[in-house]
Design a protein around this ligand. Structure first.
Ligand code: SF4
Length: 234
């Protein structure tokens, strides 16, 4: 994609954020009471609907495992049972245990100490953990630890592809995670640095909102807040 086109795409995405905010209002994300709950949710929501995650979180709450210490103490077999509603328990339970082990081994059990690590190094450290890909690492960084990183997900990918915001290189079937994250970073590059974490937070929540309401596997463009952008650029 040439530079001019990249600039146009990032400006359009920035405007789409305003259009979504006007249509839906602030989303108040992430739906959790504590940063640790955000982290649990980021793992449990992989390939799973949020309703199922809520049932798992409630099980963990009743078992006193919604804190780092509580989760550390709970035996693995019991953890598997508690998170059963979210599925993939053989993968997710050990992954959660690995996160807590890292938290205690390297940060004394403190999320504040973990959050104080520089973004790039912390992101790399998270990606080395089992069960953590780009989206989970960035959701933890942004929503639980307050780092200004964009979260790119399937909803954003659909919007970017359907609106022609990125051009797929020959032979590639999907936009890469990094391309989507870069596009989002460029869209908000003109905003004050101190407001960027909040903007990335809101933008991700809003793209999920429009994705659920209109831009799922099939696009339902009628009445969509982004229909004007689609029309004027198609
Ligand atoms: S539903 Fe249509 S207008 Fe809305 S985001 Fe998807 S492609 Fe764009």
């Amino acid at each position: 994609m040439n530079q001019r086109r990249q600039l146009d795409a990032s400006k359009r995405l920035r405007k789409m954020h305003e259009d979504l905010l006007r249509a839906y209002g602030p989303q108040h994300w992430w739906p959790a009471k504590t940063p640790f709950e955000v982290i649990l949710g980021a793992y449990l929501t992989q390939n799973t609907a949020w309703k199922a995650v809520e049932r798992s979180l409630e099980n963990l709450r009743l078992a006193g495992a919604l804190t780092p210490e509580g989760l550390r103490r709970i035996p693995l077999a019991k953890l598997r049972r508690l998170i059963r509603p979210s599925g993939f328990i053989m993968r997710k339970a050990p992954a959660l245990k690995a996160f807590v082990a890292l938290l205690y081994k390297e940060f004394g059990g403190s999320l504040e100490a973990m959050a104080a690590m520089p973004t790039a190094a912390l992101r790399q450290r998270l990606l080395e953990l089992p069960g953590v890909g780009d989206e989970t690492a960035d959701a933890i960084l942004l929503y639980a630890l307050g780092h200004a990183v964009p979260v790119a997900d399937e909803y954003l990918r659909r919007i970017a592809e359907r609106h022609g915001l990125v051009v797929l290189p020959a032979g590639r079937a999907k936009i890469s995670y990094d391309d989507l994250a870069d596009l989002t970073r460029r869209a908000f590059a003109g905003d004050a640095e101190e407001s960027r974490a909040q903007l990335f937070n809101e933008f991700h929540a809003l793209t999920v909102a429009v994705g659920k309401a209109h831009c799922g596997r099939a696009a339902r463009c009628e009445g969509c807040p982004l229909a004007a952008d689609l029309k004027s650029n198609s």
